[in-house]
Design a protein around this ligand. Structure first.
Ligand code: PXG
Length: 449
């Protein structure tokens, strides 16, 4: 099949259709009827047939300020023309210092040292390595264990896979990292179905960390990593008080707390970071996605100053490398330019506040889907929500995927994970966009059995 772009370049999709090995894609289904996007502006994508598609997913949780932001395009173009690349090791450029300082000024009190990566997966693996090396640097080398949580998604590097808890992602890749254990997840539809925001029940589930401490001994545990709310597993919202309790248990036992904020940073909850929303500050925080409004790949890891400074103390001479870690593209000038432009937009347009203001309307709209056929749970927090469908007997994932295809044809892009529909519109969404998303979902779900 030949499809043409509308950009004048007349791309021939067919030539590459078979060559392109696609990430996390039902590739035979896709290649039998490709979904091709050729443009994007504001809240909408443009398909190759010219149809507009309302983006209810911020791309993949990253395009916070909407698509096609001219400010970012200009900053990126100017940076490429001025200074395209700088060696990341033993060298610097103005943008990377600007960005580190800018993030430090936005981050929760105490987190003010920033390491740059190119993705969420790299941020997670970097955070885990920092945690292990920090424990060594402070004379606690026996703390080698990393604790994750069931149903967590921390990207696809071996570190992130190991602490992650999504079975399909893990199986097939061997034993993964040794010395990893997992907290139980917090999802309990029998008690918390159709909760609005944080469920009332379940703060005590944090005490599962005490079980793991009792099993392995606190003195062997380096860090616990959790998503403030689990995104990829289908918007699993932490019970009220749960994260605070995790923080207390970590403190009691000298365990570092890592928040994986790859999808929660930059306004998803109406605050700069989920740490601000929940009033719980981690020792280490990962970011990616929204840091550049999704425009250029970039990630970052922020740490408490003491963690950073412990690395300096390992070498009195001050001439050797303190942390043997980094990427060719750490702090890439073009990514820094994109990030600075994105952060300007977030600030100048008050997008985090805007998201906070829209969240109650979004909550009501999404919960109006209760009672539709096959809808067994609806959950939401900030500008994120999930509509969980009952799986078809012996054919899991099919019902939600059908909803995904039908919504796309009806002009709305949603995400599905298993039999859960996830919604995470850009922070520039208006009430009319929320209405359209929910209307299309309503019509779609009424007609799926
Ligand atoms: N941590 C978290 C919490 C994530 O959500 C990653 C790490 C990995 O980021 P990279 O940039 O390496 O992909 C993620 C990624 C979805 C969806 O629809 C979520 C992600 C990626 C793609 C789809 O739930 N999260």
């Amino acid at each position: 099949m030949t499809r043409r772009s509308d950009g004048g370049a007349a791309a021939d999709i067919a030539a590459g259709l078979e060559c392109y090995w696609m990430p996390f894609t039902a590739s035979r289904q896709f290649k039998s009827a490709p979904r091709i996007l050729v443009g994007a502006q504001g809240m909408h994508y443009v398909r190759d047939d010219g149809a507009r598609v309302l983006d209810a997913t911020s791309g993949m949780w990253c395009v916070m300020a909407g698509h096609g932001r001219a400010e970012i395009a200009q900053a990126v173009g100017a940076q490429l023309a001025r200074l395209d690349y700088v060696p990341a090791f033993q060298m610097g450029h103005p943008g990377v210092f600007d960005l580190a300082a800018r993030l430090a000024s936005m981050l929760p009190e105490g987190l003010d040292r920033v390491f740059f990566t190119n993705s969420g997966s790299e941020s997670v693996d970097t955070a885990l390595k920092i945690a292990l090396a920090y424990q060594q640097a402070r004379g606690q080398a026996q703390r080698f264990r990393l604790i994750g949580r069931e149903r967590a998604y921390h990207g696809v590097g071996f570190g992130g896979l190991s602490v992650g808890g999504i079975a399909n992602n893990r199986r097939g890749f061997g034993p993964l990292l040794p010395g990893v254990d997992h907290l139980r997840h917090t999802h309990d539809p029998a008690r918390n179905a159709f909760s609005r925001g944080e469920p009332e029940w379940g703060a005590h589930l944090a005490d599962d960390l005490e079980r793991i401490v009792a099993l392995h001994g606190a003195s062997t545990i380096a860090a616990l990593i959790v998503e403030p709310f689990a995104g990829s597993a289908g918007v699993l919202v932490p019970p009220k008080g749960y994260l605070r309790r995790l923080r207390e248990i970590c403190d009691r036992h000298g365990i570092l707390l890592v928040f994986d904020e790859v999808i929660t940073a930059f306004g998803r909850l109406g605050t700069a970071f989920a740490a601000d929303y929940f009033g719980v500050t981690p020792d280490i925080m990962t970011m990616a996605k929204g840091i550049t409004n999704g425009s250029v790949p970039m990630g970052a890891v922020a740490v408490r100053r003491e963690i950073h400074d412990a690395f300096l103390a390992t070498d009195a001479s001050g001439t050797t490398i303190e942390f043997f870690h980094g990427y060719t593209y750490s702090g890439h000038p073009v990514a820094c330019a994109a990030a600075l432009a994105a952060l300007d937009i977030y600030r100048d347009e008050g997008l985090f506040e805007r998201a906070r203001a829209l969240a109650p309307y979004f909550e009501d709209a999404v919960h109006s889907l209760e009672g539709l056929p096959a809808v067994i749970d609806i959950r939401n927090i900030g500008l994120a929500a999930a509509v969980e469908l009952e799986p078809r007997k012996d054919r899991p994932f099919e019902r939600a995927f059908e909803a995904y295809l039908r919504c796309f044809e009806a002009g709305v892009l949603i995400r599905v994970t298993g039999d859960t529909i996830a919604l995470s519109p850009p922070l520039v969404a208006g009430r009319e966009h929320v209405d359209e998303i929910v209307d299309v979902l309503k019509k779609t779900l009424k007609n799926i059995n």
